[in-house]
Ligand binder design. Sequence first.
Ligand SMILES: *Cc1c(COP(=O)(O)O)cnc(C)c1O
Length: 377
Amino acid sequence: MLIPFNKPYFVGTETRYIEEAVRSGKLSGDGMFTRRCEEWVQAKLEVPRALLTTSGTDALELAALLLDIEPGDEVLLPSFTFSSTATAFALRGARLVFVDSSASSPAFDATQLASLVTARTRAIAPVHYGGVACDMATVLEVAKRYHLTVVEDAAQALGGSFNGQPLGTLGALGAFSFHETKNVTAGGEGGMLVISDPTLIKRAEILREKGTNRAAFFRGEVAKYNWVDVGSSFLPAEINAAFLWAQLEQLDVIQQRRQAIWTRYFEELQPLLALGISLPDIPSYTTQNGHLFYVVCRNSNEQTALIAYLKSESITAIFHYQPLHSSPYYASRHDGRELTWATHYANCLVRLPLYTELEVSQQQRIIRAVLRFYQRL
Ligand SMILES: *Cc1c(COP(=O)(O)O)cnc(C)c1O
């Protein structure tokens, strides 16, 4: 039987909560389930404000709007990431300064940041690839030294931490995704902006609500609500929040299962290290949150061959990002620096199936197939 790469997990209470939302007669956003999710996250991550959004992409766009990123401003971000990390700032006219990955990690190499700062640099957008923290000590030190704002792309990082502090709460802003491929989902699409800098909260609520002070109005803080700023429609419907609430209630169970799968891969694929194949590197400052697991092949041909071999064994394994600095949209705008590690991970990284319901017997089949491919079985 074919083992898919991903399979969305349903905890079982989603439809009951959706029915509750429907029966309540309040379907637009900012209702009971939206507030429940936001308050739960605020308590769990110990942040002053969490705002649900329609997607992780929208959380990043809301962040870029909130920071008043303007044409010509520069933003430092990894090349090896999803397009949304970049488009959020590109939409505001920012110049994107891509940072390479490193030998030990597909995440960006924070030691390069300081040398890329100019008088126009405004923000750093680190991505916690696979839910494994970037070197946030260096990121925060550079940000402080040059007065830059840190927007964490924590899309994959719910439940992850850096020296014990939840990812997404180390910078001024953190963006999470509840897309169906992430550890928990808001019914297919959804996201959240977590705000650690309290001075940004009020305006964030306004920008999420089409530039109006509607949120303050419903709290009874203003007599009428008005158009007071720019903005857009970033507020998800209650049905999505109801779905997400069911999943958040089971977050610990979901994370435990995914982390156990991750650990089994990591332990049983150790024999590959001797061949020069690398496995995820988890520095002592971070945890793994069971989001994804990968092996890094020695070259591009091996990547293609491994994926094809696993496919012949009815196992769906896939590569990941194509580097943004050399993408069709940005190649002509990039400053010309070669980012060899980002290209290396594009050509060599292979992600193995990892989803909450993956059974041990299925996982053993995957592990044996990988070891067989490398004649280590
Ligand atoms: C999933 C993801 C996003 C986008 O989230 P959506 O909810 O799909 O819009 C952004 N950045 C990274 C690193 C992601 O993995």
